[in-house]
Design a protein around this ligand. Structure first.
Ligand code: TEU
Ligand code: CA
Length: 558
């Protein structure tokens, strides 16, 4: 594996709308991000991924772009963006933007022109089909519910949108469209971006000719996955994109890739892969159901461990996974992966260490470093997320009561991760002096950055230690490149693995509130991290406290 400049880095995702509001309009913005760069530098972050802040009607919070060359005024100006890039550079940090190229907004000029002249140049930028009475071009169900086809305004045609109807899919089969995409990517890279996080990329290749598949719900529609499973040849597009853009700049790219097959790992993230890295969604996808959120199965500690190890085994040392416990589409990791009722400082730190020490690139989502939790909702009217609103309907249609459906939504809503960042115990968690666009989680009075920065036992300072450890000259080689080898994989509520490089490290977490004994295979040399003040040991036996996590440097095996 060729070594790359980004391998030893730590990445952090910012959801601009909810990070920090600099002008009191209740919406986070780029000047707000600039003012918090020192906070991120203090934490130890090197790479910052911004969720979209391009011009957008915000139907899907910026994942619906109406102008790829402009910043939405709600987030700031192009000068602000340039300043962010240069301020980051001064701190040896890199900015990644979100590359949303499966679809644009229906308010994008291309779509407007397609409506005016569907048979002209821009009609071919989209998937258009003649409208037939009582029959859709295909029976696909969009990810956000309902048919994936809608009427193309002012015409006798329909257009495809695998996400929301305000997100028309771009036709990647058209070379003219691809040229426009590459031009835009290079334009941004010329501004000094470090690279991109690449949105929903697996959807760009449709199985042709477009056709219907067996329905999988009462609505007679089928999941987009039925089509994607049959689609082949995405590699041709991704190779072309890499060669025409990222490669020339040695940019870092991380793909939002689902459903990749083991034999495809090399193509995606091997040397000269389509992307630098892809996210590991194995844990997030666990328990998911074709029927929807209401039918999802909760994940146990043993499942969590198994998912992590599976993902690691699939990638081995072919490339680098990007490891997450949450992002802007998922519930908070601590609320999801820690058994109900057990969410506390110790268990949050345990989850942090188990995830952070995996082989790959750690990504922290804003507020994760504080142990931010899911947000309580008391009524469906409080929900903003279009995906959650659809899943609520879906659950109701399946017969759940409104209280039951609300319960489902509060577990999975994307709003859980989108509530404002908790900076302090002042009004609105110090996020804004105005009215926040989304309700602040009331627990900000005790979970906030200000309190945690000065508390040496805080989750924040634990993350800071984890980051420092990854960067320490002594352990870096092992933590970044060392192999991962599971230990005691069959033990219940225990997750342990070695990282073996020029040093041998053992990471072990007691994934339950009850104590649990382990017998070390060999003596340890150093305790690199411990979420408790002490360690209960006798010879090689350690009695782990509830949710205790240890990172031990072991004696080298001969
Ligand atoms: O998400 C892609 C994706 O596959 C979604 O279906 C995701 O699983 C869903 O949001 C869960 O409810 C990306 C972005 O991360 C997401 O925020 C956007 O809404 C979506 O693409 C469309 O751009
Ligand atoms: Ca603002």
């Amino acid at each position: 594996m060729t070594r790359k400049w980004w391998h030893d880095k730590v990445a952090y995702q910012i959801y601009p709308k909810s990070f920090y509001d600099s002008n009191g309009d209740g919406i986070g913005d780029i000047p707000g991000i600039i003012s918090k760069l020192d906070y991120l530098q203090n934490l130890g972050v090197d790479i910052i991924w911004l969720s979209p802040c391009y011009q957008s009607p915000l139907a899907d919070q910026g994942y619906d772009i109406s102008d790829y060359y402009n910043i939405d005024p709600r987030f700031g100006t192009m000068e602000d963006m340039e300043q962010l890039i240069s301020e980051a550079k001064k701190r040896n940090m890199y900015i990644l933007m979100d590359l949303v190229i499966n679809h644009c907004s229906d308010e994008h000029e291309w779509f407007q022109k397609a409506c005016q002249d569907p048979d002209g140049k821009y009609g071919n930028f989209f998937y258009l089909r003649d409208k037939k009475e009582g029959e859709l071009p295909t029976n696909w169900r969009s990810y956000f519910g309902g048919p994936a086809w809608d009427d193309l305004p002012g015409t006798d045609k329909q257009y495809l949108h695998v996400f929301h109807k305000k997100q028309p899919d771009l036709n990647w089969e058209n070379p003219e469209l691809r040229e426009e995409v590459y031009k835009n990517i290079n334009w941004w890279l010329d501004k000094g971006l470090g690279g991109f996080r690449i949105d929903a990329i697996i959807n760009i290749k449709k199985a042709l000719p477009l056709r219907s598949y067996a329905p999988d719900r009462e609505d007679g529609l089928c999941s987009i996955h039925s089509m994607l499973q049959e689609a082949t040849g995405i590699g041709t597009f991704l190779e072309e994109m890499r060669d025409r853009t990222f490669q020339k700049y040695d940019a870092f790219t991380v793909g939002e890739v689902f459903d990749e097959k083991p034999e495809e790992i090399q193509d995606f993230i091997g040397d000269n892969g389509y992307f630098s890295s892809i996210f590991d969604f194995n844990e997030a996808l666990f328990g998911g159901s074709e029927k929807g959120w209401y039918d999802a199965k909760p994940i146990t500690p043993d499942d969590y461990k198994k998912c992590c190890f599976e993902a690691q085994a699939k990638v081995k040392n072919i490339g680098f996974l990007s490891n997450i416990i949450e992002n802007h589409d998922e519930p908070r990791g601590v609320s999801r992966y820690i058994p109900e009722g057990d969410c506390c400082i110790e268990s949050k730190k345990m989850l942090a260490a188990l995830n952070f020490m995996l082989r790959g690139l750690p990504f922290i989502y804003q507020g994760q470093e504080l142990g931010m939790e899911n947000a309580p909702i008391s009524s469906i009217d409080e929900v903003d997320d279009i995906s959650a609103l659809n899943e609520y309907e879906n659950a109701r249609n399946a017969g759940l009561s409104s209280a039951e459906a609300l319960n489902v939504i509060s577990r999975f809503s994307r709003d859980n991760a989108r509530t404002p960042m908790q900076w302090s115990d002042e009004a609105n968690a110090g996020f804004t002096t105005g009215t926040p666009w989304l309700k602040v989680n009331p627990n900000y009075v005790f979970i906030n950055a200000k309190a945690q920065i000065t508390d040496s036992d805080s989750v924040f300072n634990f993350y800071k230690q984890l980051i420092a450890l990854r960067k320490s000259p002594v352990y870096k080689e092992t933590i970044v490149y060392g192999e991962l080898e599971p230990l005691w994989a069959e033990r219940h509520n225990l997750m342990a693995y070695y990282r073996k490089g020029d040093k041998t490290l053992l990471v072990v977490g007691n994934y339950q509130k009850e104590e649990q004994d382990i017998v070390l295979p060999a003596a340890y040399k150093n305790i690199l991290l411990n979420n408790y003040a002490d360690i209960a040991e006798e010879n090689l036996t350690i009695r782990l406290y509830g949710y205790q996590v240890l990172i031990l440097e072991m004696e080298r095996e001969s």
